[in-house]
Design a protein around this ligand. Sequence first.
Ligand SMILES: Nc1ncnc2c1ncn2[C@@H]1O[C@H](COP(=O)(O)OP(=O)(O)OP(=O)(O)O)[C@@H](O)[C@H]1O
Ligand SMILES: [Mg+2]
Length: 602
Amino acid sequence: MSYNFSEKIKKLKSTLNLRRTISLVWSVAPKWTAISLLMVVLESGLFFASLYFLKILIDKLAMRTPATDHLLVYYVLAAGLSAILYAVSKAISSFTTEVQASKVSEYIDDKIHASAIELDLSFYESPAYFDILRRAREAGPDRPNAVITNLVETIKNSMMLLALGSVLLTIDWFLLPLLVLFVLPTMLVRIFFAGKLHALRVKQTSLERKSLYLSGLITSDTSAKEIRILRLGVYLRDMYLNIRLNLLSEKLNIGRKSTINEIVTTVLATAGFFACIGYIAHGVVTGKTSVGDITLFLVVFPQSFAQMQSLSASISRLYQNNIFVTSIFELFDLKPNIADNEGTMSVPDETLDIEIKNVDFIYPHSQQPALSNINIHIPPGKIIAIVGLNGAGKSTLIKLLSRLYDPTAGSITLNGVDIKKFNLTDYHKQVSVVFQDFGRYNFTVNDNIKFGNIDGEHSEEAIVEAAKHSGAHGYIKDFPDGYKTMMGRLFDDGHEVSIGQWQKLAIARALYSPAQLLILDEATSALDALSEREFFQSFRQRIGQRAALVISHRVSSVEHADYIYVISNGKVTQSGTHQELLKMKGDYALLFNKDVVKSDPA
Ligand SMILES: Nc1ncnc2c1ncn2[C@@H]1O[C@H](COP(=O)(O)OP(=O)(O)OP(=O)(O)O)[C@@H](O)[C@H]1O
Ligand SMILES: [Mg+2]
């Protein structure tokens, strides 16, 4: 039982995250956080001083004698000066808080990106990850700082309430607990509904994402063509609207209940407020309370009541924002499965001999093996080809070779050493891939090619050279701005090109990299026959002593390879040279030999 209780406390602490939020904010902007806190203390102190001098002034006025009258002006001056300084410090305080808040907010925004980049590809297979990412994004980078601001607000309001409360105590001590009793239910109701809204937010994240996806489809440039021809617009719009209405009705349901509760508790608090006035009036009637007290009461009690409400509001805001921060920490706490671990080896600066040994692979969230017992050798200076039907496992093998995933069983070695032992960034520098679904970057031509070796030294000559080999130079040279031309149509002066032309740019990017292993996954699928032939004619000379892996459905791309592996249903079923494989009359001959296809249509 006691174990359960301490577990619950632990859970509560971890959801509250207050200490973690404070240390995060402090670590990002210690100077500005310290200044902001100091300003808040100063502000509260000046507020208290102004109130104090006012109280002394009233006391002195009540007991005035001609001999002390000249002192009154000093009290007026002291109260006035404190009030002016209070106003000034309030303005400065709001500026320092703004600076501090923006520093923290920029940091969080960047940290969200850093987490998204650090996590390996397996996270991008998981809807749960996208939910977490969405909630962190929705929470917004301002939340952690909002928590600190709320915390400071809470302290400030407590201090001010303390100042007012001490004056109130001089009238009747009973008023203070009464005040707490009236305002407490409002605060509890707000906290309760903040928790309910958070639970709903978690529940709705998937549907929220679905609605975002639909909105993206309706408004994106890539789907614009099909949506028009397939007449999908109205269908998608209705689906979006239905989801949004459902989400809204659930939110409004909680909103309605929370409003009813808020009304009840506010009515209670206001009734309590007037009950206190009645209580004091009764004291005056019975002679227990002086008229001076009721004057002071009428000045201080409404202020205390308002202050108490501000305190309750700042505590509930603190609670709400803190819940949002939990979503951000949820993302920060995700750890990659494949990471750049310290103590790993550097990849040797020499030619690479790669071996895939007895490799099995099952995708996360999948039961079926995508690859089983794969053995492939990729020696330096050789072109190795992989062929196979759709879904055979070719691209999956590329993901393992480029260490976007690790094999479920078996290993991939580089010069005899398991690639897991190498520093990940270092290893990635040695692998250059043109993916089947390559990237089209709305950047300049130069940038599109430079991305192949982002942290290397760049030379215009090498960029043009890579573009010439991929065939991209042929159209780039006709652009008025040449290699400075902006690609894509997202930005001003952007040039849209054909899919084949984009693919040539992607090949240029891969060729620009000095990596020792070059992988082309259907990289020439959109190239015209002439361009493809020209590309492969100079390919062997281009790679030199580097290793190359080519995946293609076209015989023209693989027939000149040094060695070819045929993959079928995740297994290597055949291997050999083009001529050897044709003679075997197996899967390869079925794929590429027209005569066999004719004689065996199955
Ligand atoms: N992200 C994924 N999660 C789960 N299964 C996947 C994933 N990607 C691919 N698969 C499955 O793994 C198998 C191999 O897919 P892969 O993309 O490697 O095929 P491929 O040989 O490259 O096909 P294609 O010629 O169409 O490009 C297929 O059965 C596919 O459904
Ligand atoms: Mg593929």
